[in-house]
Design a protein around this ligand. Sequence first.
Ligand SMILES: NC(=O)c1ccc[n+]([C@@H]2O[C@H](COP(=O)([O-])OP(=O)(O)OC[C@H]3O[C@@H](n4cnc5c(N)ncnc54)[C@H](OP(=O)(O)O)[C@@H]3O)[C@@H](O)[C@H]2O)c1
Length: 408
Amino acid sequence: MILNQDGPPHDDHRACQNVAVLGATGSIGTATIDVVRQLNQVDPENRWHISAASGHRNTQLLAELAGGLDQPPDRVILSNNVTNDDLGSDEARLRALGSRIEFGPEALVSAASDESVDVVVAAIVGRAGLESTLAAVEAGKRVALANKETLVVAGPVVSRACQQSGAELLPVDSEHSAIFQCIQAAASKPKKLILTASGGPFRNWTPEQMDEATLESALAHPTWQMGPKITIDSATMINKALEVIEAHWLFGIPAESIEVVVHPQSIIHSMVEFEDSSVIAQLSPPDMRLPIQYALTYPRRLPCPTPEFDRKQPWNLTLEPADTTRFPGLELGFEVAAAGGTAGAVLNAANEEAVGLFLAGKIRFTDIVKGCRDVLENHTHESNPPLNRLLELDRWARGELKKRFGFA
Ligand SMILES: NC(=O)c1ccc[n+]([C@@H]2O[C@H](COP(=O)([O-])OP(=O)(O)OC[C@H]3O[C@@H](n4cnc5c(N)ncnc54)[C@H](OP(=O)(O)O)[C@@H]3O)[C@@H](O)[C@H]2O)c1
């Protein structure tokens, strides 16, 4: 178990909370900046400061975000190995802020472990977030974890590092935040975790329709506004598969005690069943700012910019079983969580490559899950791999996936 659910939270009541937002230009990153801005108005105990902010390709947005803060970040990181020359007019805007400008993935690791940083928001998408998230964990930080791929790829490594450093790994994924909140509320050990899934844009589609799905239809998520990779993952339900694996590592629960139910309204974010069969759920409107804020301020609850429910209108909350025949990607999550070892790194890498090919218009929607299963079945499972072996397999699986579709 990574979350220390029984122990006291870190003493985080320092006068200024320095927050490093890794992946500041993304959907979670920009929502985090919104949350921090609002916290400075509602939190009497702390001042909140974005002390580091990173972007990868979107230098223009990074300059805008950094320039819009009350106090500029101490460091601004361009993790894509660009140089000052590549920055064009954004360089002048960034320089005018007086922030240190750093380049490349090493700068992410350095920011994540910087002594002055209190909280690291791990909001980079995909396996690219692994090294910096792990560095934050090894440095014993509070880590607000959006980058689920870190746990999918290297759950056991991160788990050991957390135990050694005493880092607090707090979930940002709304489902895992919900489970965390239910466990806190019940002050009891969970018997089963019940993850909810919106069902994505193809919830009612036939396999034949999905075979013809366009990029535009796959990106049209009915309830959440997210980055393109997680939006496609939601359409295949591989996102839920990754979340099953994430829940397994975060809460120390075996795969057979995790269930997925489809809840199209995305209001019940997840549920926990306890020993006496009582089920506790967490509900809120679908807005990521709430789980982000809870990960920052835990155990305190403060006013949050999310809209409130309109309880004067009729409610219609529905739950239906997940259909693994139409969504075979979901099954992969249970298999990989049960297998552990190298399986997560292989599934994640194959999926990232397949999603990249689909986004580039090179493969069909239904090829994503087929490709992932093939690569997973072609790999020789190892149960206790070190980090460098997981990274080797990450490269191998990407190559295999591309080969399968003739792009190697
Ligand atoms: N969005 C949600 O509602 C949501 C909910 C739950 C969990 N999550 C998880 O949160 C993470 C971020 O998702 P998102 O939707 O915010 O993604 P996103 O909007 O695509 O943003 C991704 C961020 O990562 C940066 N990035 C991309 N490739 C990178 C690389 N190779 N190295 C370093 N940085 C890189 C991007 O920089 P540039 O844009 O500057 O290139 C951007 O800042 C994912 O792990 C996702 O599963 C997201």
